[in-house]
Design a protein around this ligand. Sequence first.
Ligand code: HEM
Ligand code: NAG
Length: 476
Amino acid sequence: MKISLSIGAVLSASLIAGTQAFPHFANRAEAFGDGLKSEDSELTKAWLKKIDEFKAGGGDYEKRADSNGGGRKLTALINPANFKFNADEQLVDIYSEAHRFQPPGPNDIRGPCPGLNLLANHGYLNRNGVTTLTQGIDAINRVFGVGYDLALALNAYAVVFNGNLLDLTWSIGGPYGSSGLGAITNLLTNSEPKGINAHNIYEGDASIVRQDYYAPGANHDNVHVYLPYFEDLLKLGGNDATEGKDVYNAELMLQHKANRWHESVATNPLFFNSAFGGLVVTTAAERFVAEFAANNTADENGYNRIYLDEKNLLAFFSVTKDANGKLTYTPGHERLLDGWYRRPLAAQFGLEDIVLTLLNAAKIDPSLLSVGGNAGQVNTFTGVNVGDLTGGVYNLETLLNNPQALSCYLYQIGVEELIPTQLGGLYKVLGTVLDFVGKNIAGPWKKVATAGNNPCDSFNSNIKEAYAKYPGSKIE
Ligand code: HEM
Ligand SMILES: *[C@@H]1O[C@H](CO)[C@@H](O)[C@H](O)[C@H]1NC(C)=O
């Protein structure tokens, strides 16, 4: 079923009526401070420049514009290495009473996202694990340098699919007692908000170090670190524990993504790679490790050097390693280490970077762009044909070579068409929720997909029918 009301139409309608329903977002600056809007336009500029480079036939990796050392080949659109290291600006407060590391108490919620667990442990999100739209946006920007539009889209998705649209709360793990619950259960078809743990909505398969929800032997545990996967990651890094060394960079993490993808195909009969939770979220998460868990320092010329060594990786994933190399995982103790510096705030990482992440992942292995799954047995993966999904507008080759095509593809299949059909199963009444989605999720994505006058016309992908063929696409 395709809901006839397109988000495009909702978007324009929301310009007239929408701000009343959500006065919070009448003015973005209220949520976030003016500086960020201009950083986002820096991202747009960098994105347009990148598109030109691709058109001229050489856009693979962002090259380091100045300064030596560091040596990341694959860098963010706004390269942290283009800025002087500034200790005062980049040191994150994890020392004050408010932000000192505190492990979660017995009633605090933690979930599958190490970034969010860590933010709650440092009091940048409420320590009980239930946050709000604006707190979530502010936290991931301040602590990690996530661009505004990306922060908005990530948080808004959590509110709509896993949280409470009425009070704009959401949980970083499982279900929670929300103050607006009486009313939200009236809006939802059959349940209370489930939190981001819920499988096949936000959470997907072939994650970095969590098991697939339906994998044999996993007992539906898609939340906790599975140490054998973590060992594989360390092995990919050559078990190199040299402090200060950039072992876990974007190239390595995307190679890890490819390995995990094939591992899921080979071990989980119900492996399913959905357009959003699979394709976008789990691939972006690999990149997030390289960009956001990384420490930052000065290179020999005083420019920023972003690097992720084993020490910081372990703390980020709440894993410790003893003298014999034995790993121990303590659920929910993700943290930043003393003396940790984030990327310069001017080097915001945005939605555009996610598109390029997928593109670079596909250069390592084109399978990573497939939406699809196994047929009930291992090694039976089939992907939905890109041509079929786009009514012939694109094929895999176009997506691999054209960031505008890829951004439009992701927007159309992962947002414009998919979200309304999925919400149809979740909400009894769609008006308010579609208005919110149009403004806070579709809006930011559409901006990227249509930048540089890219037409990005709708195509009728019938993605929901395509999903139904895969037994692992079930939402419980
Ligand atoms: C509002 C913001 C965010 C939301 C709603 C969110 C949500 C999620 C969800 C639902 C997952 C599970 C996906 C899966 O199946 O693998 C996940 C995984 C992950 N997230 Fe986040 N996330 C957010 C921000 C961040 C940030 C800022 C970071 C990095 C600092 C981060 C790092 C990760 C990583 C590394 C994983 C993969 C964990 C693993 O598979 O072991 N996330 N996130
Ligand atoms: C981060 O880099 C700085 C150098 O700028 C170093 O002093 C510090 O120990 C590093 N922090 C962590 C947590 O590795």
